[in-house]
Structures are given as structure tokens and as C-alpha cells.
Design a protein around this ligand. Structure first.
Ligand code: CUA
Length: 173
């Protein structure tokens, strides 16, 4: 092996070893979009499609279950409080407007990784009414430790009856 070949080899090795490093530090390279298949454009979330503001929050499905749509962005979750009924399936759909985040529901095992460019889905269910903090569990920058939302689980008969297009929201506090 001559020096030129060795140098090329070492440079290739260096570049390849940098790829996991950028993922570890959550530097945004388009790699994520490549691997997962870009399902949604993080730059136009607020403008059109499933994750426009009026569509965020809790939607009642015809079968009695609910669908919750959320956006994670530096450094908040929208909405900042989510209301769901107890004892019914909760379909969570969440995406990121910028960096990699992770939505955890304290006191449960639920944790969802949220990547820009794709919609993360999770099936949840809460047997009892209660209240849970939902912090971000993936370091995403200076405001990471303050990034959180709240989950309010109310008895099924206390969940508002929603008309088509309406979203359930937490009582103002
Ligand atoms: Cu978002 Cu940490």
C-alpha cells in the first residue's frame, strides 16, 4: 500500500467516523431525511397540511378513540397542554419543526423520538384520570431543560363533546 492510498483510506475513515458523531451531538444534517424517508417538510408545517395550528390538540375519532397532534420545536411543544379522556386509545402524531426532540410522559414508559421530516406515531392509553408532565428528553439546545408540555387525563364523561373540526383543549389555568 503506497502513501497516497493510505492517506485516502485514513481520510475516508475519518469522514465515516464523523457521521455518528454528528448524530450524537444532534447536529442537523439531512441524513435523517435520507434514512427515514422524508414524510413531511419541517419548514412548511405551520403553513399547510396536517400540522397547521387549528389541527393541533385532541381530535375525537368516530370510534370513541382520540388523535392527538403536536409539534416539537426549540424550545416548546405545541400545544403546551393536551387533554385526553381516560380509558380510550390515544393515537399520538408528532413531528419536529427543527432539531431532534423526544417527548416523554413522566410516570409512564411512554417516550417518543421526534425527528424533523417525519411523523412519529405512538399508541397510548391512560386507565385513570391524572396529570403528567411531558418533558423533552433529547438534548436539543440551550432551552432544552425548560421544554415541556402537560398531559391532562380526564374521566371519559368529562371530556367535551367535540364537533367536526373542533379540538379539545385543557382548561385555562
Ligand atoms: Cu427539545 Cu430537548
Amino acid at each position: 500500500m503506497n502513501w497516497r492510498k493510505l492517506r485516502t483510506f485514513l481520510l475516508t475513515l475519518l469522514v465515516l467516523s464523523l457521521i455518528p458523531a454528528t448524530r450524537y451531538y444532534q447536529i442537523d444534517v439531512p441524513l435523517v431525511g435520507f434514512l427515514r424517508g422524508s414524510q413531511i417538510d419541517p419548514l412548511t408545517l405551520h403553513l399547510a397540511g396536517e400540522f397547521v395550528e387549528s389541527n393541533l390538540g385532541t381530535e375525537q375519532d368516530a370510534d370513541g378513540s382520540v388523535t392527538v397532534r403536536m409539534i416539537a420545536e426549540q424550545y416548546l411543544f405545541i400545544p403546551h397542554c393536551v387533554l385526553v379522556p381516560a380509558g380510550v386509545p390515544v393515537h399520538l402524531r408528532i413531528t419536529s419543526a427543527d432539531a431532534v426532540h423526544s417527548l416523554a410522559i413522566n410516570e409512564t414508559n411512554y417516550k417518543v423520538e421526534v425527528l424533523p421530516g417525519s411523523i412519529a406515531e405512538a399508541q397510548l392509553q391512560f386507565p385513570q384520570p391524572g396529570e403528567y408532565a411531558m418533558p423533552c428528553r433529547e438534548f436539543c439546545g440551550a432551552g432544552h431543560y425548560a421544554m415541556r408540555s402537560r398531559l391532562q387525563v380526564v374521566a371519559r364523561d368529562q371530556f367535551p363533546v367535540l364537533r367536526a373540526g373542533e379540538r379539545g383543549t385543557c382548561a385555562p389555568q
